[in-house]
Structures are given as structure tokens and as C-alpha cells.
Design a protein around this ligand. Sequence first.
Ligand code: ASP
Length: 339
Amino acid sequence: MTAAFPTALPRPVLALHGGAGTIRRDRMSAAMEAAYRAALTAILADGARQLARGDAAMDVAVEAVRRLEECELFNAGKGAVYTADERHELDASVMDGRDRAAGAVAGVTRVRNPVLAARAVMDHSGHVLLIGPAAETFAFDQGLERVAPTWFGTPQRLAQLRQARALAQGQVLDHDGQSAMAADAQAAAPEPGGPIDDRTKFGTVGAVVRDAAGHLAAATSTGGMTNKRPGRVGDSPIPGAGCYADDRSVAVSCTGTGEAFIRAAAAHEVGALMRIGGLPLAEACARVVFDELPQVGGDGGLIAVDGLGNVWLGFNTEGMYRGWVEAGGEPLVGIYRDE
Ligand code: ASP
């Protein structure tokens, strides 16, 4: 289900991702795989109910990402990866296709749900992107929940940071080491050539929605990259890079090597190829994921939905946690490349 094609259009639809990377069956326990599938399925099922009762695209996208932030399997909110100095710096963004309103936060450390802060920035600040302590102060003034900076951490993520350091890697991304460590007790012993590979480890969560009224929205949230330099910001909170929505073309949420996605303006590039270039959704997405991003070293993937409710979920890595559902339908979930 790398790409999904319609049977009846237009339709309300929700697509999700929980990050891309090397996600190997042989390093993933059956229990862990089931946990990922169950988490994605539950969030999609609730999103389908929201869509069926006519909720707005932005509300559905934000709620899906909030739920992914609350699930510590994913690198966003609770369960976020560690910075080089053993802290968490979280980034998130939202974008509304109706008017291209956008909101984002970067480098927040105490806001429980960064995606809610991003939405508050869009709705109430008059700005698009707020960073660091000032973003947190704004979020708390808006009534959002405060947590201790240590709240986001998990033993697995700390082990991931230490493993990255032991392998003398620089900034690395999330999922294949995570799945390996979660797989079983052998996790501490990395096998030759993997599992931690800075070209193939990604986290981040995201949602794209086309609602019953035909409007589009996107939301993206991340802990960034394991062992990242304090202050480093990737594509996730940058509208046009890791998140984009425009009713004239597409809603997009990305996951991958953030620096490359910024340089490729990846999410906006999909929209431009559709709106200006006249490409259909699947061709525009494939061009960005399999051609544009690799030219600048970009590994990862994206999810996208157009104004008719066509969805595309694709990646140039081994796998991507992903799924989609239409209003009133059954969720479809995938992890590996061959499903
Ligand atoms: N794109 C995110 C970042 O660079 C990382 C990820 O998707 O895992 O911060």
C-alpha cells in the first residue's frame, strides 16, 4: 500500500504516518509489530468516526497527531528522542488548506502536546512560528498542559542515544534502532551494518486530511533526531518543508532527514508540481520522494491527500509506519515496503 487509489471520489479521508526508516521484520518482535499496528488502527478508526460526523480537516489532523504524541512508540511528544545533551527538544506544525494559515513551534521542552501549541500559534498568536521558552510561555498562556522536561523520556530512547554515541555516530534518526531495541533483549548488540544507520533511521508523526466539505489540512510533530545538536531544527515545524496544505492542490506531512527536506522544500514541492506542473497526486509525490529528495541526500517519505480524497503514502526507505481510512471505512495499516 505504498500508494492507494480511489474507488469512489470525492471522499473524506485521513492518512497517518509514524515515521520512516529501516524497519526490519527480523529485528521486530511480533508483540512490538502488533503494538504499532494496533496504535495506528485505533487512531485511524477514531479519525474515521470524526470524519463521518463532519468534523473539520484541521480538527481531525490535530487530534490524530495528538494521539500519536501520547503514544510512546513514536518519536513525538512522549517517547521523543534525546538530544546530544540528553534532553528533548520538540517541533510541530499545522497548516490549513482553506487559507494556508499555518502555525508551528520549535525547540519546546515542557509543552505536553506540541501539536496543540502549533495550532494555538496559528489560531491566536498572529505569527506562524514561535521557538523555545517564548513559545512555551505562549502555549501555557493559552491553557496548554505543562510537563517536566523529563516527562518525554523513555528508557528505550535513552538506550538509543547511548547506542548512537557508542557507535560514534553524529545526529541520527529514529526507527530502525528503535525497533531493534524494542524487539527483544538482544537489542544492545547492534549487528554489522545496522541497525543504527544514520541514512535509514527516522521518526516523526503526521496526519493529512480531506474532510467532508472538501477542505485539506496537515499536521506534523517530532522529537527530531537522536543525538541532535541542541538548537537544531529540522523540517517538521517548517511549513512547505515537513508540512503543507493548500486546498488548490494537496496536504502533505513528511518524515526523514530534515535538513534535506528543508533544502528540497519537499512538502511544497509536491503542491507546486500539482498546481503549477499539472501532475496528478501520485506522480507529484513520487517525483519528490524518488527523484528530488535523493538528489540532496533526502531519505524518508511522506503522506499526502488531494482535494478529491486520493491518498498517497510512500517512502524511499525500507519501511514507514503508515495507514489511512475513509469516513466510515476500515483502517488500512502498513509498516514494510512489500505491503
Ligand atoms: N524529519 C525529522 C527531523 O528532521 C526527523 C524524522 O522524520 O524522523 O527532525
